[in-house]
Design a protein around this ligand. Structure first.
Ligand code: SF4
Ligand code: SF4
Length: 325
């Protein structure tokens, strides 16, 4: 990093202040989302619906109410303010999700944060201030800001206004993406990206369609374009036992990598912690009841090696080891 690090010294940001992003989490001091100490921004909304998604609360683009029953202290303040009559006095079944409109009024009066609106809008200036709070740590550790989600690229108009200001003060920017969007969205952001973590989910299109809701062809097309553009990137794959680990899946991914002139892949261990989030959600996806399988994980790496692709585990470096977003 170099240069100044305060928004007051970035006058152009005023012009972009009306462009808004929806972000559902900001993790400061992250050590697993790229090099050094980082601030990771989790943008809300995704174009895929992976059945193992680590952040199921990220899938919808709009802010959504979530309910943490274990935090409820039973004041009943929420019952009074709900205009839909969607909240009951029964703690274990507090919200009638069919009636809830995600207005957030109940979350505003919930002091214990049992009711929360997941997803908050940010303007360019406010998010810059938030990110630059840790500029000294980025500088001393070789860190920066990571764009994650959900699918951050779907908020490309905001990012096209936001990223130039981060880069103006020398902040390293890393994008984590799944690649399912029109190419022009990523092309717009390329000038400000220092590195891209590009996640491939499955090798075969029918598997991709069944597990993510899309056949994956556009993801492969965009990967080819990204490689051709020269943007530094790391291809990653979550190893989801029994879903994307068959020999023909590995062979297909290896073939795609070779077509792009790539010879490396980072493997992400499966992590089942996301299932703890399901009771909090209005529309929870199905639990998968899978677990990381060390032997299978090694076998996937060996299978890639037989196809001429060097595979390494995420925890061997600074890549996210949470099993895919
Ligand atoms: S795992 Fe990533 S790409 Fe898949 S649905 Fe979740 S956020 Fe989207
Ligand atoms: S977010 Fe839903 S439950 Fe809460 S006040 Fe609004 S409608 Fe009622």
């Amino acid at each position: 990093m170099r240069g100044r690090c305060t928004v007051a010294e970035l006058p152009e940001s005023r012009h972009a202040a009306k462009v808004l992003a929806t972000i559902f989490d900001i993790q400061r001091f992250s050590l697993h989302d790229g090099p050094g100490i980082r601030t990771t921004l989790f943008f809300k909304g995704c174009t895929l619906a992976c059945i193992w998604c680590q952040n199921p609360e990220s899938l919808a683009f709009r802010p959504e109410l979530t309910y943490y029953a274990e935090r409820c202290i039973g004041t009943g303040a929420c019952v009074e303010v709900c205009p839909q009559g969607a909240i009951s006095t029964v703690r274990a079944a507090r919200v009638d999700w069919a009636l809830c409109t995600n207005c957030g009024l109940c979350a505003d009066v919930c002091d214990s944060e049992a009711l929360r609106l997941t997803g908050r809008t940010w303007d360019v200036d406010t998010l810059l201030v938030e990110c630059l709070r840790d500029a000294a740590f980025y500088r001393s550790s070789g860190g920066g800001v990571t764009l994650s989600g959900g699918e951050a690229v779907m908020q490309h108009r905001f990012l096209a206004a936001f990223l130039p200001h981060l880069k103006a003060v020398g902040v390293h920017v890393l994008l984590q993406t799944a690649g399912e969007y029109p190419w022009h969205a990523l092309a717009l952001l390329q000038p400000w990206l220092d590195h891209v973590y590009y996640d491939l989910k499955c090798g075969l299109s029918q598997t991709h369609l069944a597990l993510t809701g899309r056949d994956g062809q556009r993801i492969l097309d965009n990967l080819g374009r990204l490689v051709a553009s020269g943007t530094p990137l790391t291809v990653r794959m979550p190893v989801v036992p029994g879903h994307n680990t068959a020999p023909e899946e590995i062979a297909a991914i290896a073939e795609h990598l070779h077509k792009c002139g790539l010879t490396d892949i980072v493997l992400l261990r499966y992590n089942a912690l996301w299932e703890a989030k399901l009771p909090r959600l209005a529309h929870p996806p199905a639990a998968q009841e899978l677990a990381h399988d060390a032997a299978l994980f090694s076998a996937v790496g060996e299978a890639f090696a037989r196809h001429g692709i060097r595979a390494r585990a995420a925890e061997e470096e600074h890549d996210n080891d949470k099993g895919g977003r």
